[in-house]
Design a protein around this ligand. Structure first.
Ligand SMILES: [Mn+2]
Length: 240
């Protein structure tokens, strides 16, 4: 079976519970439509689990990009950074501290977990991000799907020419059909913000499958089986 999940945001326990719920096996494929990282407690655990399963396929989210950028900056300075948060500025590793400082405070648990990996695992984890895709096209039972974290900006029809930043940050108008013959499967915008009944469940209309049900905000982690449309939900703790 082919499954999609998004916006796990470090909700590792709920993620494992979901894999159990769908009886995920080596014969299945799971596409993660972005935002594995940030906000939640166990980002590194989710990444390590994904790395070990070649049938789990990651697509970039905006929060994955920022974590990747920050880990690349600190990978050779991790202990120094933990002892002295001004280290990177002082030693001119970065010029502008603002963005990194925000990340440092908000993602401290991720930093600690990264520090606790041996250097080979740290390197593997950073390299894993290079396997993330900007978006993925799949055809299943005669239907075309585009898997992309945010969506596809209105003024552009050739997805291959759109900048990754614009794909991951896009907030589509879900009340309007974007493509006649392709279904866009996306996360990024929690469905409670636009679902007709305001509920934390998967939105399926106008050739959109929007699957971010606000896991890290204490709503639900959702998983959708593309073969048969079955929806699965796991209740989440509120971490953010
Ligand atoms: Mn996002």
């Amino acid at each position: 079976m082919i499954y999609v999940m998004s916006d796990i945001h470090g909700c590792y326990d709920e993620y494992l519970e979901m894999l159990e719920k769908i009886n995920f096996s080596d014969n299945d494929t799971l596409y993660i439509v972005g935002d594995v990282c940030e906000r939640g407690p166990k980002v590194i655990d989710v990444l390590l689990h994904m790395m070990e399963h070649k049938n789990i396929i990651p697509i970039w989210g905006n929060h994955d990009l920022s974590t990747f950028n920050c880990l690349c900056i600190i990978k050779n300075h991790i202990d120094d950074v933990l002892y002295n948060k001004n280290y990177l500025i002082k030693h001119k590793v970065i010029n502008d501290s603002y963005y990194f400082k925000e990340w440092y405070y908000q993602e401290y648990e991720t930093l600690l977990a990264f520090r606790d990996l041996n250097s080979k695992k740290r390197e593997d984890l950073i390299n894993y991000f290079y396997s993330f895709k900007d978006y993925i096209n799949i055809n299943l039972n005669g239907k075309d799907y585009i898997l992309v974290h945010g969506g596809i900006p209105d003024d552009e029809n050739d997805i291959s020419s759109i900048l990754l930043d614009d794909l991951v940050w896009c907030r589509p108008d879900f009340r309007k059909k974007r493509f006649e013959n392709s279904i866009i499967v996306c996360g990024h915008t929690p469905t409670i913000t636009f679902n007709y009944d305001g509920e934390a469940k998967i939105f399926k209309d106008n050739n959109y499958f929007a699957i971010d049900c606000g896991a890290v905000f204490g709503y639900k982690l959702a998983c959708l089986c593309l073969d048969n449309g079955r929806e699965f939900y796991v209740d989440c703790n509120k971490y953010y």
